[in-house]
Design a protein around this ligand. Structure first.
Ligand code: CTP
Length: 411
């Protein structure tokens, strides 16, 4: 794909992989992109600005001021002109500074001023890449909606072998082309609230009542909503899943049904879409023991009370224009039960999983669903990966939203 008309700002930070950027600049220019290179002071020790200015056909910027002309390099203008900012190689230091919002050089100032897509291509030694601090910083960049071009595995400058090599120039080019060729995003400007995973209801300080939900379905829905341009708040019960590395997804981690209710209530008013895929506990212990319950009698009775039905509560508050999707996990009378829930909870769609279908439900990577619409229409989907099921559900949401928008306009 040609990048004709695209202006790409490249920020080079100080790592040995900086030498590969000569090839990246050349490849981008070959695809007809215009390129502006910014370097950190340290990067200039690894590759000369002269090499890069020759290849990019533009002066390379390092400081806030041009020492020869005395002119100010206006970071706001540089950022505004960028169709995309590529930070490569992104060192652990530059990644940490971007995650923390520091602004001690021109590259940081441009990064903080950029509104268009930002891609990071990290490169560092394998232990630096694995360090919890770097992991945390990468997660933050992903939460900000940035793209990460993952480093590859191989021989590193230190002589060690592992993950941390800058992606190959051809792959960096392909990644950028893919961003520009991505299909139009029908959910751009929409806010979505998605719940995922189980809830844990405490019995005592060390025990809880939970369920087998992994969160995979909800995380896949959050990912596909973000891919279609929605700004997603992902309220997640305890899971081991990472925030999907696409678009704008902000995760709120909760443990109990009550915490999930509070997080959802705080976000629902502002949301255009709610997808309630979490497996919320229906009952919770009335008393949570302050100390670990000791083994004594042969039987132990724990008294439970109903939790608030989050979906029914929010469904009752639904305004014209808001689209609400629930899930139903059933073992018998599936369609009848699902339709009952759809009406009771004031939903637009309900996604029905039957535990009778093999490969569906918790702890599988696949799912088989039937979507029942408020109109009564039923859509039966075959067994698919959870990601493909999420794609189907998001496509139905995107198709329904224009009618919702019209509903809210008529108000
Ligand atoms: N749900 C909720 N709050 C609860 C329980 C469930 O928001 N306290 C939501 C789930 O996230 C799901 C939908 O309600 O989207 C249906 O959940 P499900 O467990 O299938 O149904 P329940 O209404 O709990 O009824 P039952 O367990 O009797 O089938």
């Amino acid at each position: 794909m040609s990048l004709d008309g695209k202006h790409i700002v490249i920020g080079i930070s100080g790592g040995i992989a900086a030498y590969k950027m000569a090839t990246v600049v050349r490849l981008l220019r070959k695809e007809k992109a215009s390129v502006q290179v910014i370097m950190t002071e340290r990067a200039t020790h690894f590759i000369t600005p002269l090499t890069l200015s020759t290849l990019s056909n533009a002066p390379v910027l390092v400081d806030y001021y041009d020492s020869k002309t005395g002119e100010w390099n206006n970071h706001v203008h540089i950022a505004a002109a960028a169709d995309l900012l590529l930070i490569a190689p992104a060192t652990a230091n530059t990644i940490a500074k971007c995650a923390a919002g520091l602004c001690d050089n021109l590259l940081q100032a441009v990064y903080l001023s950029t509104k268009n897509p930002v891609c990071f291509a990290p490169a560092m030694d394998l232990d630096m890449w694995k360090h919890p601090s770097t992991r945390h910083n990468i997660d933050r960049l992903v939460e900000f909606g940035h793209h990460i071009i993952p480093p590859t595995t191989g021989e590193l400058a230190s002589g060690l072998v592992g993950e941390g090599r800058l992606a190959e120039p051809q792959d960096i080019l392909a990644f950028i082309q893919q961003i520009f060729s991505a299909s139009p995003q029908p959910l751009k400007g929409k806010k979505a609230l998605v719940t995922a995973g189980p809830t844990y209801q405490a019995i005592d300080p060390v025990r809880f009542i939970g369920n087998h939900s992994t969160g995979k379905m909800g995380y896949a829905i959050a990912e596909h909503l973000a891919r279609q341009g929605a700004e997603v708040t992902l309220v997640s019960g305890p899971t081991s899943l990472a925030v999907p590395a696409v678009g704008k997804i902000q995760r709120v981690q909760v443990t109990s049904a009550q915490e999930m209710l509070e997080a959802c209530t705080a976000n629902f008013q502002d949301s255009d879409i709610l997808v309630m895929s979490a497996a919320v506990a229906d009952y919770t212990p009335i008393q949570v023991a302050e100390q670990k319950i000791k083994k004594s009698d042969s039987q132990l009775h724990i008294e439970l009370e109903k939790t608030t039905d989050i979906l029914a509560t929010l469904g009752a508050q639904k305004k014209p224009g808001q689209l609400v999707v629930g899930f139903a996990l059933e073992t018998q009378n599936e369609l009848e039960n699902a339709q009952g829930k759809l009406a009771r909870k004031n939903l637009d769609f309900i996604v029905l999983n039957s535990m009778r279908d093999s490969g569906a439900g918790f702890a599988h990577d696949t799912n088989k669903v039937t979507v029942v619409k408020r109109s009564g229409e039923q859509l039966h989907f075959p067994l698919k990966s959870k990601s493909a099921v999420a794609e189907d559900i998001v496509a139905l949401i995107a198709a329904e939203l224009p009618a919702k928008d019209a509903q809210s306009a008529r108000r």
